[in-house]
Design a protein around this ligand. Structure first.
Ligand SMILES: Cc1cc2nc3c(=O)[nH]c(=O)nc-3n(C[C@H](O)[C@H](O)[C@H](O)COP(=O)(O)OP(=O)(O)OC[C@H]3O[C@@H](n4cnc5c(N)ncnc54)[C@H](O)[C@@H]3O)c2cc1C
Ligand code: FES
Length: 396
């Protein structure tokens, strides 16, 4: 079949690829690239939008925790970004649900937040990634997330709930305030229906704001729901509130005491973590101190690298395709290209999607994820995860 398609492609569809003709009939009908149509758009939480997508028939599903890449055309230019489906795996109608947080100045997330409507078509890559639940399921599971990092772990929770999982689950989520938590009501409903699931929300910024404005705010530190019983932490201001206020502020941030009080069984659980760098670092610190590093599994949405002092960086970066030369600052080649006024294509900015690949003509680069050095000339490199070491010439 593929051979026949190749023949049709080569002999009958010149000058354009077959997909360009098929998409005129229906945008999701393409043979080689996969598309998806947005069927529903929900803006139920502040700062994010949830899209339901109906993928073309090539879609083979996702495993809870994995991500997909979608391609969106903005002002005639296609941009690729990664998003982790929030729906349970194995959905009967084969639709996927993505919850996208609008980043300040973020191109694709704001575009989707403001412009996504039913009928819009996006490019879609098959699901990928090793951040997912194991088979057989562990007996106890801790799911920790912050902000938009809720998406992969929510998919895990929904999958476990659908499966009738009987083990213990703690779902601990950090956000700005209740209105910012996507799918909050559904999470509370899961806790009500499943006695083995404890769901806790923490709002460190709200606590800090209320503590700053006086002791009357000491109460509303967090909210939770466990096994059908809603717990209310809010509202009271008894004598000794200041002492408790300090305690509340500490508790709103992740720490050993917090985790131990919510799930004393956590050392025997498998833990899945996704969130902003600060939360990821705090959780890792606790697990490493407890020598539980092998039980902690994490997904990052952004690449966290050590900040390099430009004074420690040597040499020049030549973007020879553009005739631009800049002093090496030690940052990734992508960031240095952007600082020099160039607009190279990128997608994930962390070495996943390969959309930033450019040819290094000469010089030595350091891989920011692995620390490996590479001095081979005329090699394609991912400029989002490589930084120059001395003079580098990039065909960009
Ligand atoms: C595996 C994975 C799964 C993900 N899942 C989700 C998810 O489920 N939900 C979700 O909301 N997000 C998710 N993300 C994040 C998502 O892919 C995007 O990174 C996010 O939506 C921001 O994209 P954007 O186009 O809006 O922002 P961009 O325009 O790409 O900007 C993002 C950041 O890049 C930097 N930047 C951009 N342009 C420049 C420039 N010219 N100069 C210097 N710096 C610049 C800035 O720091 C900016 O804040 C995931 C990421 C990964 C890797
Ligand atoms: S932007 Fe995705 S690999 Fe570089």
């Amino acid at each position: 079949m593929v051979g026949l398609l190749d023949l049709v492609q080569k002999t009958m569809t010149t000058p354009h690829p077959l997909d360009r003709y098929l998409e005129l009939v229906r945008p999701t009908l393409t043979r080689r690239s996969m598309r998806a149509e947005i069927t529903h758009v929900r803006r139920s939480a502040v700062g994010s939008v949830t899209l339901t997508l109906k993928p073309a028939r090539q879609w083979s599903g996702h495993v809870a925790g994995q991500y997909v890449q979608i391609g969106v055309v903005i002002d005639g230019v296609r941009h690729t970004r990664c998003y982790s489906p929030v729906n349970a795996e194995g959905r009967r109608d084969r639709h996927i649900e993505l919850t996208v947080k609008a980043h300040p100045h973020g191109l694709v997330s704001n575009h989707l937040h403001e412009n996504a409507i039913p009928g819009m078509v996006v490019d879609l890559e098959p699901a990928a990634g090793v951040f997912h639940l194991p088979e057989p399921r562990p007996e106890r599971i801790v799911l920790i997330s912050g902000g938009s990092g809720i998406t992969p772990v929510l998919s895990m929770l929904r999958t476990l709930a659908n499966e009738g999982y009987r083990g213990r689950i703690l779902f601990l989520h950090y956000n700005r305030s209740p209105e910012w938590v996507p799918h909050r009501q559904e999470l509370e409903a899961i806790a009500m229906q499943h006695g083995n699931v404890r769901i806790e929300f923490r709002y460190p910024e709200t606590v800090r704001g209320r503590l700053d404005s006086g002791p009357s705010g000491a109460g509303e530190r967090s909210g939770g729901a466990e096994g059908g019983k809603n717990r209310d932490f809010g509202g009271v201001n008894p004598p000794g509130a200041n002492r408790r206020a300090n305690q509340a502020e500490r508790d709103a941030h992740f720490g050993y005491d917090e985790l131990e009080s919510l799930a004393p069984w956590f050392p025997s659980a498998q833990t899945y973590l996704c969130g902003p760098p600060g939360l990821m670092a705090a959780v890792r610190t606790v697990y490493e101190a407890e020598q539980l590093g092998d039980r902690l599994h994490s997904e990052e949405f952004t690449l966290t690298t050590a900040v390099v002092d430009p004074a420690d960086a040597e040499g020049k970066v030549t973007f020879s395709g553009s005739g631009v030369v800049a002093e090496n600052t030690g940052a990734s080649l992508l960031e240095q290209a952007e600082s020099a006024g160039l607009s190279p294509e990128y997608g994930c900015r962390m070495g996943i999607c390969f959309s930033c690949t450019a040819v290094k003509r000469s010089g030595c680069t350091r891989n920011l994820r692995t620390g490996e050095l590479d001095s081979d000339p005329d090699q394609p490199i991912q400029i989002c995860i490589n930084a120059p070491v001395g003079d580098v010439d990039l065909a960009l």
